[in-house]
Design a protein around this ligand. Structure first.
Ligand SMILES: [Zn+2]
Ligand SMILES: [Zn+2]
Length: 217
């Protein structure tokens, strides 16, 4: 398991070539990515304004690594508490994992955030530590208003599954109401995407703003 802090330090290391610092950021994302690796990367390109050409603003990589680091610190505290609680439960003879599972132990294919894995541009616009705080609060039993993931209180988007329908958050495509058939269906992106283009930040300009010419369709 790569060490998050080692790779975070590489992102910061101005003596390294930019492509190495960029790939260190990716390694950090393999360790911790609250929206999933691709969607978290996409989020960070926007929130940290990572330009298409890294040379245009090398500090953007540091901003991205720090947003991720801050969220991870919050998560670590909660994950430690959870591990402690599970140890006590097991000790008391309760071995089964309580439902719902904590947000970081969900499988993406059975999770309401599945869309973020199938379309990296769909994810909450919350900064990562705000998202982690919100998920931790839900785990502790609070029920914040709006979409559980992003807080959007607007009407859901209805999507047909052919034999029924699902309701998705209009903000982040979180699954608010599953299909009546009980199956969990794939989320098909409205605009087909090419991950390599996203990774190379084709969706960003050199000034760190979204590229209005992309996707070129
Ligand atoms: Zn949402
Ligand atoms: Zn169905």
């Amino acid at each position: 398991m790569p060490s998050f802090l080692t790779h975070r330090a590489r992102v910061h290391d101005a003596g390294l070539p930019l492509h190495r610092r960029h790939s260190a950021l990716r390694t950090c994302l393999t360790v911790f990515a609250p929206y999933g690796l691709r969607a978290t990367y996409h989020h960070l390109t926007l929130s940290a304004a990572i330009p298409r050409r890294l040379e245009a603003d090398p500090d953007a990589l540091v901003r991205a690594a720090e947003e991720l680091h801050e969220a991870r610190e919050l998560w670590l505290v909660r994950a430690d508490q959870y591990a402690e609680q599970r140890r006590a439960e097991k000790h008391a003879g309760r071995r089964a994992v309580p439902n719902p599972r904590p947000w970081w132990l969900r499988n993406w294919w059975e999770s309401p955030d599945r869309a973020w894995f199938e379309d990296p541009s769909r994810h909450p616009s919350l900064c990562l530590s705000e998202y982690v705080r919100r998920q931790n609060a839900i785990l502790d039993g609070t029920e914040p208003p709006g979409c559980p993931a992003c807080g959007d209180e607007g009407p859901p988007v209805l999507r047909s599954t052919g034999h029924g329908g699902v309701e998705l958050c209009r903000g982040c495509a979180w699954l608010l109401t599953p299909c009546p058939c009980g199956q969990l269906h794939r989320f098909v992106p409205e605009t087909p995407f090419n991950w390599n283009e996203i990774w190379q930040r084709a969706h960003m300009s050199d000034d760190g703003r979204p590229n209005s010419l992309w996707p070129a369709r």
